[in-house]
Design a protein around this ligand. Structure first.
Ligand code: NAD
Length: 348
């Protein structure tokens, strides 16, 4: 298949790019290279004859039309987005422009291309979204694909809006779409503003390990390589119009997660004395911090036969080892705007 992947220089997009090229797909990576991007993430495939890169912004419709015309993709996997909840609290405008208007532009460019090609049945527009659109759970229950949307942060509201647009383009214009809503990803190439890389890098630097609130917020953790595999499974096997939740089957509170990371670090790179857990500190909570997310993975498991391949313990060990082995990758990102600062307190 000839794929157009948006956001392929980001964390998850680059995993999709590496995985898809590895599977023999021809691929165009479209990315505006924002603060969150890093082309080193796709260095492993950059010289492949299957791979091309297009510097373009999804807010620019004419740039999108040119890319569709030039590359004539058979499917789109749309991951380009502003992705950090804390940044969405300080500056929601970028989230509305990229995640909502940008997705609208991409849908229109894809529709125009698809109609121009005679509406091929095999075409797919795959929208990659988040479980955060469903809001917050109490101590029990899980999100299914039928859970009503109840987004609560500017980020999740912008993703919910884009999900609705994608469904509407299917219902109204017949565009062949599939959607996925996944839980929190982690793994190699995770930008150092998100919890897991922040904890690993602060631990190594002897700094505090900040935990929002009391650390009781629960997330389901999905290894990014598993997510990339799930996305290609849904793209190639999912029926048109269907949406799938993707989870790691690994629920952990933030405090338990950070303690597990400290345990792995204690083993792989022991401190001179004591444990990395001694560096844990509790900081003011994120405004509107959702208490718990949990995914019911029944649909993707039963319909497409997909399950995650690693446990969170295994995935975290691989992730810590990757950061220990790839210092030049993360060190180069530490001076990007906002990295290392507390964002999203609602006080900006
Ligand atoms: P990321 O921030 O690491 O990467 C986003 C990429 O999109 C970057 O390469 C950036 O340059 C690009 N981009 C941003 N704005 C753009 C624009 N206007 N035009 C073109 N490119 C643009 O994000 P990620 O964590 O890899 O997330 C990818 C997708 O998966 C997002 O849509 C996000 O909402 C979704 N998602 C992420 C998670 C997670 O845990 N990270 C969970 C669920 C869903």
């Amino acid at each position: 298949m000839k794929l157009l992947v948006t956001g392929g220089a980001g964390f998850i997009g680059s995993a999709v790019v590496r995985h898809a090229v590895g599977q023999g797909h021809e691929l165009v990576n479209l990315d505006a290279l924002t603060y969150a991007a890093c082309l080193d993430n796709v260095a492993a495939v950059a010289d492949s004859p299957l791979y091309a890169f297009e510097l373009a912004d999804i807010r620019d419709r004419s740039a999108l039309d040119r890319v569709f015309q030039q590359h004539a993709p058979e499917a789109v996997i749309h991951l380009a987005a502003e992705s950090h909840v804390d940044r969405s609290i300080d500056g929601p405008g970028d989230f509305v422009e990229t995640n909502i208007t940008g997705t609208y532009n991409l849908l229109e460019a894809a529709r125009s291309h698809w109609e121009g090609q005679g509406r091929p049945e095999g075409f797919r527009f795959h929208h990659v979204s988040t479980d955060e659109v469903y809001g917050s759970l109490g101590p029990t229950g899980k999100f299914t694909e039928e859970t009503p949307y109840d987004p609560r942060s500017p980020y999740s509201a912008s993703k919910a809006s884009s999900d609705h647009l994608v469904r509407a383009w299917h219902e109204t214009y017949g565009l062949p779409v599939v959607l996925t809503n996944c839980s929190n990803n982690y793994g190699p190439y995770h930008f150092p503003e998100k919890l897991i890389p922040v904890v690993i890098l602060n631990a190594l630097a002897g700094k505090d390990l900040p935990i929002y609130g009391d650390g009781s917020n629960v997330r389901d953790w999905l290894f990014v390589e598993d997510h990339a595999d799930a996305l290609l499974t849904v793209l190639t096997k999912g029926p048109v119009g269907r949406s799938y939740n993707i989870g790691g089957e690994n629920e952990l509170s933030n405090l338990a997660l950070v303690r597990t990371l400290c345990g792995v670090l204690d083993e792989l790179r022991p401190r001179e004395s004591g444990s990395y857990a001694d560096q844990i500190t509790f900081v003011a909570d994120r405004p509107g911090h959702d208490a718990r997310y949990a995914i019911d993975p029944t649909r993707i498991r039963e319909e497409l036969g997909w399950r995650p391949s690693v446990t969170v313990e295994e995935g975290l060990r691989r992730t810590v080892q990757w950061y220990l082995d790839n210092e030049s990758w993360w060190r180069a990102l530490l001076d990007r705007k906002g990295v290392g600062q507390r964002l999203g307190t609602g006080m900006a």
